[in-house]
Design a protein around this ligand. Structure first.
Ligand code: UDP
Ligand code: UDP
Length: 446
């Protein structure tokens, strides 16, 4: 979802405010049901200027990968192997520019070049993480024998070893190979769109633009925060919306760790204890399996005996999909405990909700550092990625929630970030102008 959601937002923005004709190559089938239903809602809501191009993948044998491989990363591998099929699709769409995901960049760029179509990347994480992706191949070349160490991003800042996505510790892993190949491929793109804004990540954006991270880096268009697409509202408001309506302003802690990963049963119980002991109201989206279609557990069993009864009235706990942007816009929400998937961070900037960062995986520690530097909230650096590193105790969670909820300056700073985000997206703002410049280049090329 973290990759799919911003593409839909960009498509709608390009076809609306910028008058472009957009086709979305839609990969079928999807891994999760959240993706399938998101695509349906997107095409139902989007204007006729956004067309759906179904893109069936070439046959792919998953059995050649280690058992238990991440199904979303495997799907990216299947897409990478299907890249040559994109050539005819590009021709039939009469495209004057192609925008692709970083996960596909090294294989899609040559296909676009062969067809003479300019190729851009929409990067769906932070500019800091973009700098990391772009620089990482040089880091690997220079540290071949030392393995992964702290990564000093030239002109940006140092990413400590503990914040480097763990998958990259293994140079032979197919994810690391994809990651390095894509990082090397980036310089051949015609430009990189990033879902962030100048005022939020000035160091990383400037360093990339000035060629400090990688010499001769392509133009960087900071176009965010990309705003939610307005879907047709459900006839009945969801249960959590009705519950939020009944809570006082800024009183609720919203807890969600995104669509990608599950939290272990032991950590879930500590988190439950922490939320309960914090004394605050909370709305918690519990995710217990990697792919939503596999989920069969009962909430009561997962969270321990009597928990749901004890917090009844001051909490809403669900295992289902929620419309996160509606929650973050709701005036009763005062804090977002987030894994710092980049879309969640950008949504928090757009609505000025302070974040208590608890990164779990991948790019999330790099993003959590952006949250803290950018004034959007707090990051507890000692909190573990996962169970291998140890559990974070309920007591610690409760203490941190109480401290952040009591700190007036946290909310004031997050509101200032929201104002800066709105200014960036307004007609004369940096993000609006960046996207307009990208469109102008595509028109010149077409
Ligand atoms: N999301 C949502 N409801 C959920 C879980 C996630 O609407 O129950 C949305 C969230 O608003 C964001 C996206 O799914 O737009 C998740 O992307 P993010 O980058 O935050 O994290 P990821 O899921 O990729 O780890
Ligand atoms: N990533 C990347 N190149 C790759 C694979 C991943 O830059 O070849 C980035 C990806 O965009 C994200 C981070 O590495 O910023 C972690 O990727 P992953 O897909 O594992 O996590 P997700 O973004 O789906 O939560």
């Amino acid at each position: 979802m973290g990759h799919l959601v911003p593409y839909g937002r960009l498509a709608v923005l390009l076809s609306g405010a910028h008058g472009c004709d957009v086709s979305i190559a839609t990969v079928l089938p999807t891994v999760s049901s959240a993706e399938a239903s998101h695509l349906d809602s997107l095409f139902a809501a989007a204007s006729p200027g956004v067309r759906r191009l179904d893109f069936p993948l070439a046959p792919f044998d998953e059995s050649q990968f280690p058992p238990g491989s991440d199904p979303f990363i495997l799907r990216f591998e299947a897409m990478r192997r299907s890249a040559p099929l994109l050539g005819p699709v590009l021709a039939s769409a009469g495209a004057s520019a192609l925008v692709t995901d970083l996960m596909l960049a090294s294989v899609v760029l040559p296909v676009a070049r062969e067809r003479g179509v300019p190729c851009y990347v929409l990067y769906t994480s932070s500019a800091a993480m973009l700098a990391f992706c772009a620089y990482f191949p040089s880091h690997v070349d220079a540290n071949a024998t030392a393995g992964v160490v702290d990564v000093d991003l030239p002109g940006v800042y140092r990413v400590p070893k503990a914040s480097v996505p763990k998958a990259l510790y293994d140079p032979e892993h197919f994810f690391t190979k994809q990651f390095v190949a894509n990082g090397r491929g980036l310089v051949h793109a015609d430009g990189i769109l990033v879902n962030t804004f100048d005022a939020f990540e000035p160091e990383a954006i400037n360093a990339l633009r000035e060629g400090k991270v990688v010499p001769k880096f392509p133009p960087v268009f900071a176009v965010g925060p990309l705003l939610p697409v307005k879907f047709t509202p459900a006839k009945e408001p969801a249960g959590y919306t009705r519950w939020l309506d009944a809570q006082p302003a800024r009183s609720v802690v919203y807890v969600s760790f995104g669509s990608r990963k599950a939290i272990s049963p032991d950590q879930l119980q500590e988190l439950a204890a922490g939320l309960e002991a914090s004394g605050h109201r909370f709305l918690w989206v519990v995710k217990t399996t990697v792919v939503d279609r596999d989920d069969a557990a009962e909430l009561g069993d997962l969270l321990g005996p009597g928990f749901l009864e004890r917090v009844q009235g001051r909490a809403f706990v669900t295992k289902g999909w929620v419309e996160q942007e509606e929650i973050l816009q709701h005036g009763s929400v005062g804090l977002f405990i987030s894994h710092c998937g980049w879309n969640s961070v950008t949504e928090a900037t757009a609505f000025g909700v302070p974040v208590l960062a608890w990164p779990r995986f991948g790019d999330q520690r790099v993003n959590a550092a952006v949250v803290a530097r950018g004034g959007l909230g707090a990051c507890e650096e000692r909190w573990s990625w996962d169970e291998e590193e140890g559990l974070v105790s309920g007591e610690e969670v409760a203490g941190r929630i109480k401290a952040v909820m009591a700190d007036e300056t946290v909310a004031m700073k997050a509101a200032a970030v929201r104002d800066a985000a709105a200014a960036a997206m307004a007609n004369v703002g940096t993000s609006y102008r960046s996207l307009a410049e990208f469109v102008a280049r595509c028109c010149d090329a077409g």
